[in-house]
Ligand binder design. Structure first.
Ligand code: HBI
Length: 98
């Protein structure tokens, strides 16, 4: 389903409220890397995110090795960032002890 991409102003306003996320070098994604104690913690986190992502029909691009999870959020249907990425980033943050 098509969804509008965020304007630059909307993007910057959203990023200002997401201190753990950085804008990708292409300007089309937001990124966060997490390091857990071990693989079980990392994979447990990924499982929790997967359930939220599936329910929202909005899925992360991510890479995991052992205790490290690199997350890239972008909206393929928008060709860049959308409010769905912001919402998923906020949900992801709730699963991480700050
Ligand atoms: N996940 N990140 C991301 N971006 C999308 O555009 C997207 C998605 N998951 C499912 C989805 N779109 C569906 O609407 C179909 O387009 C596959």
């Amino acid at each position: 389903m098509p969804i509008a991409p965020l304007s630059t102003a909307e993007r910057d306003a959203a990023l200002a409220t997401l201190p753990h996320w950085t804008l990708g070098s292409d300007g089309l994604s937001i990124n966060r890397t997490l390091v857990f104690d071990d693989f079980a913690q990392a994979f447990g986190f990924m499982a929790r995110v997967a359930l939220v992502a599936e329910k929202a029909d909005h899925h992360p691009e991510w890479f995991n090795v052992y205790n490290r999870v690199e997350i890239r959020l972008t909206t393929h249907d928008a060709g860049g960032l959308s409010q769905r990425d912001v919402a998923l980033a906020r949900a992801i943050d709730t699963f991480v002890a700050q």
